[in-house]
Design a protein around this ligand. Structure first.
Ligand SMILES: C[S@@+](CC[C@H](N)C(=O)[O-])C[C@H]1O[C@@H](n2cnc3c(N)ncnc32)[C@H](O)[C@@H]1O
Length: 253
């Protein structure tokens, strides 16, 4: 994310986000993943009534509320942004959801049947520690379900162009499969989301540009410019194949 204080961003971006996603696909996600992709991934990971789910880096909890509502799992979401968690709690009344403010790692102690990490693997420079701890909190046969920003690490020039580049650490798919295997997690399901996320990135870029003055009034001109620059880069990189997006499920052996 480009922001710490979530409320002004959520308010300023809400209208354009709602306009950018296809009907029924916007559920307050702060990312490129569609609601239908969240549900497909959650179902592939075996999320169902009574299943204990930990959602790392849940943001304002849109995807979490969706799966808790649709699949009636026992859901815990964590995020280091206190303001995001406050919004998540407000919006989750009457759902089987709990939320905690926590920086990851450490991963909250389990056991859990499923750990989710949506649209945030790229923020972790040290993936080895994160994956070891995810594996540790899963029951035997438990599943880690994630989306992956896939590709070779950014070059110095690419890092210069990307706002907040210290939260953008890409990983090649084969390397991620090996890192998962090293901690006893075997990839058992995957889906290529690149084309869909290209469409979403492009659509968000146009929606933000169309509402630029109103967004700048809410969050400031510089954050808006960074938001537009970042989306332009994701659109270009997803379009050229420089970055691919995958949904993965890895089972604990
Ligand atoms: C791109 S948003 C994705 C939010 C949510 N998963 C979604 O798809 O809508 C990334 C989230 O990760 C959180 N985050 C990033 N690094 C974190 C860390 N080390 N520990 C906890 N939360 C983190 C940010 O505060 C932000 O809410």
């Amino acid at each position: 994310m480009l922001q710490d204080e979530r409320v002004p961003f959520v308010q300023a971006l809400q209208r354009s986000r709602r306009a950018a996603y296809p009907p029924g696909e916007f559920v307050d996600q702060e990312s490129f993943v569609l609601a239908s992709e969240v549900l497909t991934l959650a179902r592939a990971a075996g999320v169902a009534p009574g299943v204990a789910v930990l959602d790392l880096c849940c943001g304002v909890g849109g995807p979490g509320r969706l799966i808790a509502q649709e699949l009636r799992c026992d859901y815990l979401g964590v995020d280091y942004s206190a303001s995001a968690i406050e919004i998540a709690r407000e919006r989750a009344v009457n759902l089987p959801c709990r939320f905690e403010v926590a920086r990851v790692p450490p991963v909250p102690s389990g056991p859990f049947d499923v750990v989710l990490l949506l649209e945030t693997m790229l923020a972790f420079p040290d993936k080895v520690r994160l994956l070891r701890e995810v594996s540790d909190v899963l029951v035997a046969g438990g599943r880690f379900a994630l989306t992956l920003e896939e590709g070779q690490p950014l070059t110095p020039q690419e890092r210069d162009a990307m706002p907040d580049a210290d939260t953008v650490w890409l990983t090649p798919l084969a390397e991620m499969a090996q890192l998962l295997a090293d901690v006893g997690l075997r990839v058992c399901w995957q889906q290529d989301l690149s084309r869909s996320h290209l469409t979403t990135a492009d659509s968000l870029l146009h929606a933000y540009a169309a509402e630029a003055d109103q967004i700048a009034a809410g969050v400031g001109r510089r954050p808006l410019d960074e938001l537009l620059s970042a989306h332009r880069l994701w659109r270009d990189w997803l379009g050229s194949g420089r970055v691919r997006k995958f949904a993965l499920v890895a089972e604990k052996l």
